[in-house]
Design a protein around this ligand. Structure first.
Ligand SMILES: Nc1nc2c(ncn2[C@@H]2O[C@H](COP(=O)(O)OP(=O)(O)OP(=O)(O)O)[C@@H](O)[C@H]2O)c(=O)[nH]1
Ligand SMILES: [Mg+2]
Length: 233
């Protein structure tokens, strides 16, 4: 067997391709972002930069219908179902989906941090995963990430006032109680992104896909590309 043929055979073993016409989720997550020097419990620059990163990814990912960002992660929903001819992004080749997504997020975020004099310059990395879910689980996937957001948000607030010793074994209701004792009301005192994360829609769509309507109403912090350009965030 010719050398070129042989090498192609080795490469092809892990050249996985996802199914066409089946929803794809890509999630990127910042690597060791706990070590970035950020304001506690929430860092406004960081939140804006994560939202900017999500917009940048949406612009560069074909068939991206919605992004959801919370904490240091961004989930993107891709649907190649506009028409029967619609092609999947990068042919749905798994290695390409994850590597290009991680590169988009890492390069954009690194550029932003390099422009901010008050943050230590760092070449940041995002990991990425891509997978498929049946349509009926798409909303459940986003509910699952949103619950993670709410849990982390309450924890971040309570941790900025109480030691880990006091918080050991405490449930979410107990944490709310601890905050009430010091006149903090998580539900009223923090903005939409800080509590629920942010949904980002492409400008030409303006509407979240029907399959996530219930979850969209729970999050209720929604931005379109147009709003970003108008400086509304
Ligand atoms: N201070 C501060 N930290 C934040 C904010 N948003 C996210 N983070 C940090 O980002 C981390 C995200 O959690 P993880 O992704 O599990 O932690 P990680 O350090 O990035 O670790 P890996 O993802 O496993 O590499 C949180 O633990 C926080 O430390 C913020 O607004 N302010
Ligand atoms: Mg992380």
């Amino acid at each position: 067997m010719q050398l070129s043929e042989r090498i192609k055979l080795y490469e092809s073993v892990t050249d996985y391709t996802l199914s066409i016409k089946t929803p794809v989720i890509i999630r990127v997550d910042g690597k060791t972002f706990h070590s970035l020097k950020l304001n506690k419990p929430f860092d406004e620059w960081f939140i804006e930069t994560m939202i900017g990163t999500a917009f940048f990814m949406m612009k560069n990912i074909q068939n991206a219908k919605l992004a959801y960002t919370q904490s240091d992660e961004i989930s993107i929903l891709l649907l190649d179902t506009n028409t029967i001819e619609t092609q999947p992004w990068l042919g749905n080749r798994l290695n390409k989906l994850v590597s290009i997504s991680a590169a988009l997020a890492s390069s954009y975020f690194t550029y932003q941090i390099s422009k901010n004099k008050s943050k230590n310059m760092r070449y940041v990395q995002f990991d990425a995963r891509a997978f498929q879910l049946p349509e009926f689980e798409i909303e459940n996937y986003f509910i699952h990430r949103w619950r993670d957001c709410v849990r982390n948000s309450i924890l971040a607030v309570v941790q900025s006032h109480y030691s880990s010793k006091v918080l050991h074994g405490k449930k979410q209701e107990d944490m709310h109680e601890l905050l009430h004792k010091i006149n903090i009301n998580w539900a009223n005192d923090f903005n939409g992104h800080e509590k629920n994360g942010t949904i980002i829609l492409p400008e030409e769509v303006k509407e979240a896909p029907a399959l996530v309507q219930g979850w969209k109403d729970l999050v209720n912090t929604i931005l379109t590309e147009k709003e970003k350009e108008d400086g509304e965030i």
